[in-house]
Design a binder for this molecule. Structure first.
Ligand code: INI
Length: 158
């Protein structure tokens, strides 16, 4: 039996974080969590982390695509928060962000971690941004590192 698993630590990794300004009071905590996880758990060097701010979650896919096209990054972490309101706007923004990020990852063939909160209310968002439900920014950052190592391990195995 052959088992391929990725480690988390990726000391040589070059990581871009694309982050939305919309709901920035939540996203700031996701960013703090992501950077802490990259550096402290992932051993990523500060100089190898690039942060790009964009207006909202809807802008994340194009930003990720542009970052991926530079060839300068081993993985990209997308961070944002979409909170349901009284209209269908939530579905368009959250749906566009998630499907666009999946497409960007598949087309670029580099890992794109989905650190976009999609919640019913502000309380749920706060819970996932460093309080009782953890920090989804940190989780996304660690996922990006693990996926770099998994993909490299798959390529090395053929
Ligand atoms: N952008 C978000 O990141 N989160 C939201 O909750 C949100 N809502 O609710 O409207 C939001 N809207 C802005 C959107 O991402 C785009 O920036 C805007 O539509 C311009 O393209």
């Amino acid at each position: 039996m052959k088992v391929i698993e990725g480690h988390i630590a990726a000391p040589q990794a070059r990581i871009a974080i694309a982050i939305a300004r919309f709901n920035h009071f939540i996203n700031d905590s996701l960013l703090d969590g992501a950077i802490d996880a990259l550096k402290r758990t992932g051993q990523v060097a500060d100089d190898n982390i690039t942060v790009v701010w964009v207006p909202g979650a809807y802008e994340l896919p194009l930003t990720v695509k542009a970052l991926a096209n530079t060839g300068e990054y081993d993985a990209i972490v997308a961070l944002g928060t979409v909170i349901r309101g009284g209209t269908a706007h939530f579905d368009y923004v959250a749906g566009g962000a998630s499907s666009g990020l999946a497409t960007a990852s598949m087309q670029s063939e580099i890992p794109v971690a989905f650190g976009v909160l999609t919640t019913e209310n502000i309380e749920q968002a706060i819970e996932r941004a460093g309080t009782k439900a953890g920090n989804k920014g940190a989780e996304a950052a660690l996922t990006a590192l693990e996926m770099i190592n998994v993909i490299n391990a798959i390529k090395a195995n053929v």
